[in-house]
Design a protein. Sequence first.
Length: 262
Amino acid sequence: MADFQYHFADGAAYEQYMGAWSRLAGRVFLDWLAPPVGLHWIDVGCGNGAFTELLVERCAPASIDGVDPSDGQLAFARSQPAGKLARYHKGDAIALPFASGVFDAAVMALVIFFIPDPAKGLAEMARVVKPGGSVSAYAWDVVGGGLPGAPIQIEMSAMELDPPRPPSFEISRIGALQRLWKDAGLVDVESREITITRTFADFENFWRINLLAPAIGPIVAKMTGAAAGELKERVRARLPADAAGRITYSSRANAIKGHVKR
């Protein structure tokens, strides 16, 4: 679907279908990052503030500035507890509204594959970080089938529905991230995989929540009733419930970190 564009306008909807996944992956990511307390952070592509909340809860930051292009997402973020500390700004990842060298750490959570030019986005992150500061990100392994919506998208493909992928989806490969960070001149570059598991109350709960995803819900809405029903049953067969009717499956992300040269 070459003409498909991702739109993240509803912070509350994003919280339902992606917030839980984001926090599960974000906790593992921050444990691996192990940042010291008291840092000045920038959260690039902060969305509805799901990862920003983790920074406040777990990292005792001196300050956080979040940047995102969506008014709706930012409005939701400002309504959350982290909004008491975090400052949220409308802006573009490839033109951050900050001077050079003002942050201790820059992070991009589940965003880099949405940027049409990831190298420019990374260059901006590195620009606003002080020498010796941290630049890090994690992204769903789109190429390797790690997206949370993969159970549905796999069956979409089987039905020749061509599910949309983020514009820079190939950067989600761990090798591609490593090359990107090293080509940007960052040092002490390390990477790892993050695998997390989420449980839904039942299949209907799983289905309803995933229809909120902009790469799934609008596509299903345009299908005929028979085709949508077939897709739903194919996915149901792919995700057998446990004895209590719950649906559990895993998703996978790739994480990368490095430092600006001193």
